[in-house]
Design a protein around this ligand. Sequence first.
Ligand SMILES: [Zn+2]
Length: 510
Amino acid sequence: MRTIVFKGGTVIDGTGSPPSLGNVLISGSTIERVGVFEAPVDAEVIDCHGLAVTPGFIDSHSHLDLQVLENRRDKLAQGVTAEVVGNCGFSPYPVPADRSLLYDFANGLFCGGTDWGWPSAKGYLEQAARSTTTTVFSLVGHGSLRIARVGHQLGQLTERDVDWMEQKLSESLEEGACGFSTGLMYSPGASAPFAELERLCRVVARHQKTYATHMRGYGDLLVEAVDEQLQLARRTGCRLQISHLQAVGPRNWNKQAVALEKIENAVAAGLDVAFDCYPYVAGSTVLTQLLPQWALESGIKGLLAKLADGAERKRIAAETDVNLEQGWTNILISALETPANRGLIGQTIAAIASSRGREPVEVAIDLIQEEQGRVNMLEMNQSEANLRQTLTHPLSCIISDGFYVKGRPHPRLYGTFPLLLGEISRERGWLTLAAAVHKITEKPARRFSLPQRGRLEPSYFADVVVFDPGTVNSPASYETPALQPRGIRHVFRNGIAILSQGVPCSSVAN
Ligand SMILES: [Zn+2]
């Protein structure tokens, strides 16, 4: 068993307490000692003078459900040692008999092929446990659950269908899924009535797990959406985590303070509610999210059939335009598949519209047709003042929400954690280093009940990051996202080095 001392560093233990100079001793996969002590003579020593020593970072809102199985380097290079996947209603299980239904639903975020899918959490978690780079925790996705039972059917389901979903959810939670997620801006989850969500949240509460939600709206409907989720938590007693809280579009920026006040009042009244946010003003998702979600009844195939009908297309275009919260100049194409359109990556819909001589909404719909629905976008959504307010709020965890696309991914996939420690904490001074570390270690571990992770404390897993607080940062930009972070020196997961002297260990990572 290897005994290693991280010696003489600034220890930031994950709890939010002020840093202190000291050592961290790990033995095998466990932390043995933290503080000021003589290093045992037979221990290997990693000199940490001038460096910060922290728990491994936890990305509690990841969409790398499939990529965590491939031991990719992009997360470990940032110091991430554990991830919560299955967010926003998308999980790679339960898989329906007709697998194409699930692929059609989830591949826009999963960036997957046609070779995945598990019957329940058990099979997925078993495979994920073999990852050499990260420890995987998974939420059961509401959209996936619904698709497994009724495909792309919308609206209220029969009693028997909801019974089945309750049963399936309960089974996956028993098998080790850490909670449940909804994606109420994605079809078919968006069509679920409150009563269905209430029944499923009761199952979550019974298992004492976490319910994470991509709410029904973040712009015009932000306040109503928060009310609905608080109502669910109040009626069912489940622990609620509101995903990527923000106010989308200038006309809604003032609503964020209202939403936060509602959440604070709910906490004061005894509800177990918190939220998370990523440290960027831009968001990213599939372009079809801008459409009215009824248009996605019967999935992408159904959508393309509707768009081929002149009258239907007109109706969809009109609704899309009215409901658009952030403006066409703020929406950039980040990924698509046909070679002829590759040059559009990085351009705004407004710019493409003026070069094609078409209305922006028509261009968006043209692209969805040309790409058979497979288009991703980057949206400049938020104000910097609002971002500062959520990042520094005592109830927030900080997350990546990152995912791969066939094109140019959002830089949050490559830079979230070093950016938080560098630009946000050190350079802008929005929060102390100890507070920033807390929001990516102990805080998410508590929200999702991840046992023995998120703190430098004896008996905890030896997930350790060593970084240079003077240089840590991410150079990843919207134009050039796939850049390696700076200043991350060593990363250990379960006592095994996965990044050493700034370089991912080739024995563990692809
Ligand atoms: Zn989401």
